[in-house]
Design a protein around this ligand. Structure first.
Ligand SMILES: Cc1ncc(COP(=O)(O)OP(=O)(O)O)c(N)n1
Ligand SMILES: Cc1nc(C(=O)O)sc1CCOP(=O)(O)O
Ligand SMILES: [Mg+2]
Length: 369
């Protein structure tokens, strides 16, 4: 490689082996991520970005470096850690591999400075590109899950919090929001951590109500903010582009503002009066109808929804609902979850072939994505 610096006879084989091993490590890690972008997400743009990075790295993987390989003499091949042998989820596979890629790029950059300053500079750029790729991929995954989710459980304080949530997750629940206005921060932090882990184990999104600091502390997928909570612009600055932000809306003007301000999803309600949010006037099914015709991003009808009225909410145009009591207080949260999901799925299937709204306008959410 050009711009090669002098090095001792003794150090050269070791240097080449380090570069060769870390070029391999980086390319393999990128390939793992690439396969998910291609086959898991079907996302051509992300797949292309991985492929580009692999090809850029390959340019530096010269015969000279490959020739230094000495696998039988490499002590590292025998060193494994039990944590390397299992992965709980696809998210973990991706996280571990991004970590591996970033570490290996850092090694290439540092040792590359002895080998070729050009290589070190190129690898540094790649490391930044990998950070951006990781953010884009995580954001994309979250948005995909959000789009696919139709039932959203907002928690209430409960003696059986974790059992109830796990039971609902077993029933197929796709989003959980931790909402707790009663306990102290230490308990909140501990509860949020456990719920985040539980949701990750089941591949569900985990959102924290009101508290951006708590969401960041437990690496939640996002926050839910009401009209009296933090403005969206400040929340976005704190959370960055890759986490989800939900906004409560009660009327068309709040909805329009949430859309303009870049909310990822909105709550639409309360559809009915509810003891869970005492004193809040019902927005009614009329507002659900309005949202169905005007909301371009995922939205969840919320407030007083249970098994007796869910059909009315779906008939008004809701494709997604959010509940507290109907699952948190159900005798069998798994069955309650499955019941709501079945109602929602039935609605989706019926709507499947209809690509226009009752007023003849195209289905707006399809245009949004
Ligand atoms: C999905 C969803 N929609 C609406 C709300 C209500 O949020 P907010 O108005 O901030 O009220 P509190 O929940 O903080 O009492 C929600 N939490 N989730
Ligand atoms: C947390 C919350 N937000 C609402 C809103 O309209 O913004 S209604 C609501 C409570 C919903 O509880 P339940 O399902 O028990 O009626
Ligand atoms: Mg709030």
């Amino acid at each position: 490689m050009g711009n090669t610096h002098s090095r001792s006879q003794f150090a050269q084989p070791a240097l080449y082996r380090i570069l060769d091993a870390n070029l391999d490590r980086t390319r393999e890690g990128i390939r793992v991520v690439e396969e998910w972008c291609r086959f898991g997400l079907n996302n051509a743009q992300l797949t292309e970005r991985c492929k580009y990075l692999r090809q850029e790295l390959a340019k530096w993987h010269t015969p000279e470096l490959r020739a230094a390989r000495n696998t039988p003499g490499d002590l590292g091949t025998e060193l494994t850690h039990p944590q390397e042998e299992t992965r709980d989820s696809i998210e973990q596979v991706l996280q571990v591999n991004f970590c591996r890629i970033e570490e290996a790029l850092r090694v290439l950059e540092e040792y590359g400075k002895v080998y070729s300053t050009e290589m070190a500079a190129a690898v540094k750029q790649m490391r930044y590109q990998v950070y951006t790729l990781e953010s884009s991929l995580m954001a994309y995954q979250r948005h995909q899950k959000l789009k696919q989710a139709s039932l959203y459980l907002v928690t209430s304080p409960s003696e059986t919090l974790f059992n109830t949530i796990e039971a609902a997750l077993q029933g197929g629940l796709a989003i959980v929001q931790y909402r707790d206005k009663e306990t102290d921060d230490l308990t909140r932090l501990s509860n949020a951590r456990k719920l985040q882990q539980l949701c990750q184990d089941y591949g569900a999104l985990f959102i924290v109500n009101d508290r951006i600091d708590l969401a960041l502390a437990v690496d939640a997928d996002g926050v839910h903010l009401g009209q009296q909570d933090m403005p969206l612009e400040s929340a976005r600055q704190l959370l960055g582009p890759q986490r989800l932000i939900g906004r409560s809306t009660t009327n068309p003007s709040e909805l329009d503002r949430a859309i303009r301000e870049g909310a990822d999803y909105v709550g639409v309600g309360p559809v009915y009066e509810t003891p869970t949010k005492e004193g809040k006037v019902a927005a009614g099914v009329e507002y659900v109808q309005y949202a169905a015709e005007h909301c371009p991003m995922p939205w969840f009808a919320i407030g007083g929804i249970d098994t007796t009225n869910v059909q009315e909410v779906l008939s008004a145009g809701a494709q997604r609902i959010s509940v507290v009591r109907a699952i948190m207080q159900a005798d069998q949260p798994t069955l309650a979850t499955q019941y709501f999901l079945a109602q929602l799925n039935q609605k989706q299937t019926l709507r499947g072939s209809r690509k226009v709204l009752s007023n003849g306008h195209p289905v707006t959410e399809e245009l949004w994505s």
